[in-house]
Ligand binder design. Structure first.
Ligand SMILES: Nc1ncnc2c1ncn2[C@@H]1O[C@H](COP(=O)(O)OP(=O)(O)O)[C@@H](O)[C@H]1O
Ligand SMILES: Nc1ccn([C@H]2C[C@H](O)[C@@H](COP(=O)(O)OP(=O)(O)O)O2)c(=O)n1
Length: 218
């Protein structure tokens, strides 16, 4: 299985991170969270005081931050320069700004290049929105995870204190629309991807199904 790349795409709360980490652990592969990179870029842009509507400035400056991703599925790490941003990138301020930053073509070009560099010779599970369509279209295993809007909102609200499933469902719907309708590489299912609806599956069942698909396709 040397050189294996597993591409895992889908909307927020479909279970990409948990399933990707579980699959990477089971197969002894590395793990890359590309959403964390878009979040880290967004954290840096916000810190610079750049207006989110000013895509020209975002485009001009997105080459400045050094974004460093760890690939250990047991302890995923993300730094901007020397700063550990694993906590701050999950805060509301970043979550509500990330779709705008991720829509800027220069941001995507920079991060896709970084992702391909990390993927290198493979042995990795990569999760995001455009892995099977753009970043690694030749990946032998491409999964498109989905779940009902209610299940996704329920999962997210269970994670976050001080929020309701209703508020989460509205926030996810807003991000789905932004991520699926942007002009550059919108969230969509790749050719050859297998859609896996996780609504009625627990995490172990999702991991087992992905492992079965990996075995079947390699
Ligand atoms: N199949 C599942 N059933 C129930 N909860 C799940 C399942 N998969 C993931 N979760 C939980 O849902 C939340 C969101 O999962 P996550 O893997 O972060 O999704 P994504 O990366 O797609 O946003 C996490 O708290 C996770 O533990
Ligand atoms: N490959 C990727 C990964 C994420 N993005 C964008 C779209 C998402 O709204 C944000 C954050 O992604 P992330 O996977 O962290 O989001 P969730 O954990 O699912 O809430 O980044 C992207 O455009 N392309």
């Amino acid at each position: 299985m040397a050189g294996l790349v597993v591409a895992m795409d889908g909307p927020s709360g479909s279970g990409k991170s948990s399933a990707s980490r579980g699959v990477a652990r089971a197969l002894g592969l590395r793990y890359l969270d590309t959403g964390a990179q878009y979040r880290a870029m967004t954290w840096w842009i916000l810190r610079q005081g750049v207006d989110l509507a000013d895509s020209a400035t975002i485009a001009a400056r997105c080459g400045e931050p050094e974004i460093v991703s760890g690939t250990d599925p047991d302890s995923p790490a993300i730094h901007v320069g020397a700063v550990d941003v694993a906590g701050p990138i999950r805060e509301d301020e970043v979550t509500s700004a990330v779709s705008a930053v991720a829509a800027v073509p220069e941001v995507r070009a920079r991060l896709v290049a970084l992702q391909r560099e990390i993927i290198g010779a493979g042995d990795i599970v990569v999760e995001g929105r455009d892995i099977g369509t753009v970043v690694a279209p030749d990946a032998p295993v491409k999964i498109y995870l989905t779940a009902s809007p209610e299940a996704r909102a329920q999962r997210r609200s269970a994670e976050l204190a001080g929020t309701t499933a209703e508020a989460q469902q509205a926030a996810l719907a807003r991000r789905d629309t932004l991520d699926s309708t942007r002009k550059t590489d919108p969230l969509s299912m790749a050719d050859g991807a297998v859609e896996l609806d996780t609504t009625a599956l627990n995490l172990d069942e999702v991991i087992a199904e992905v492992l079965r698909l990996v075995k079947e396709r390699t």
